[in-house]
Design a protein. Structure first.
Length: 349
């Protein structure tokens, strides 16, 4: 099992700190550095900057939002980043959520599975430097009846096949991800329930493609904090958990809320969402069960974290992406070093 680092969203005065964290992760031998985007900083620019300031660590989008770019634009960006980083780019994609897709990009949040499948097909074809033609429900290339003609990407990516990941959560999305992607980007991954909530669906998708999970990258992002006071560390992640379970998406479409229910927190997930959408963010955070945080995060002394890392590895995780807590650069870098120590103590390095 390899370690990754997730920088999350750029900005909020943490630009220099994030770069320092990425460079330290590079020095420590982390496998990949991920960056996110929503409706603030874009991930592509961040990854170009990180790639220019690092030497070995891969850089990955977690995620490029599908409604934000045409598939051809994503292929261009991925090919450029792979070239500039000398073959260190990983392409992570996701449909985002209804609020961002429709409110920010003006793209209807409909048929996300079919849209993702078509999108991946076009991106794959473009990055393989085939002449780009596509006849689908969501995209037609070239447009009929006009001057457009099938074009071919002029940039040559370093690798013939840039690794492609999809942010997946629901059973159908997980199954499709297993079928059409090289890896899955996951949140709120609970090792003890991984088979029924995640891996069975991924495996079914791989079987559709005539493949197994061998070589498929299972990548959960895990909140991470080191210390002796486990309840206090868990409390640090209450607002984060409440935001996702209660505030992401809409009352009808919140994939994280649905996952929390599948993990056995039906009543708690409903209360968190009700409070959050009513504007009571503190009440929503207080309603998050300690057990939900503790089971889906890495918190506590290094030896305790090492034990949990073994559980993640045994559950089939191949890249464990850490999201280290801390308000200062020093705290986050200390967390990075503790992550390597825990991996070594777990016998997984």
């Amino acid at each position: 099992m390899r370690l990754g680092i997730n920088l999350g969203y750029w900005g909020a005065g943490m630009d220099a700190d994030n770069l320092a964290v990425a460079r330290e992760a590079d020095r420590l031998g982390y496998a990949v550095c991920w960056a996110a985007e929503a409706y603030g900083s874009d991930a592509a620019t961040v990854l170009a900057w990180v790639a220019a300031r690092t030497e070995r660590i891969d850089v990955g989008s977690a995620i490029f939002q599908i409604p934000a770019r045409t598939p051809a634009m994503t292929a261009m960006t991925a090919a450029t980043l792979d070239t500039l980083s000398q073959g260190r780019f990983r392409l992570g994609l996701g449909v985002s959520g209804p609020q961002v897709s429709e409110g920010w990009y003006g793209v209807r949040f409909d048929k996300p599975l079919a849209r993702t499948r078509e999108y991946v097909e076009i991106v794959r074809k473009a990055m393989a430097r085939e002449r780009l033609t596509h006849q689908g429900e969501h995209w037609t290339l070239p447009l009929p009846g006009g001057p457009g003609k099938p074009l071919k990407l002029t940039v040559h990516p370093v690798r013939e096949r840039v690794p492609l990941y999809i942010a997946a959560m629901g059973p159908k999305n997980l199954e499709q991800t297993g079928e059409i992607a090289d890896g899955a980007l996951l949140l709120f991954f609970l090792p003890e329930q991984a088979e029924e909530t995640t891996l069975a669906s991924l495996r079914a998708g791989r079987e559709k493609a005539g493949l197994t999970l061998d070589g498929f990258d299972v990548v959960p992002t895990v909140p991470f904090a080191v210390g002796d006071d486990v309840p206090a560390l868990a409390d640090h992640f209450r607002p984060y958990t409440a935001l996702y379970v209660g505030g992401m998406g809409s009352a009808r479409q919140n994939f994280y809320n649905q996952l929390a229910r599948r993990l056995g927190y039906e009543k708690e997930a409903a209360e968190i969402q009700e409070r959050y959408l009513a504007g009571d963010k503190q009440g929503a955070a207080a309603a998050v069960p300690h057990r939900l945080i503790d089971s889906t995060a890495l918190i506590g002394p290094v030896e305790r974290i090492a034990d949990r890392m073994r559980a993640y590895a045994e559950a089939g995780v191949t890249t464990l992406s850490l999201s280290p807590a801390g308000f200062t650069r020093e705290e986050r870098i200390t967390g990075l070093r503790a992550g390597v120590e825990a991996l070594e103590r777990a016998g997984l390095a």
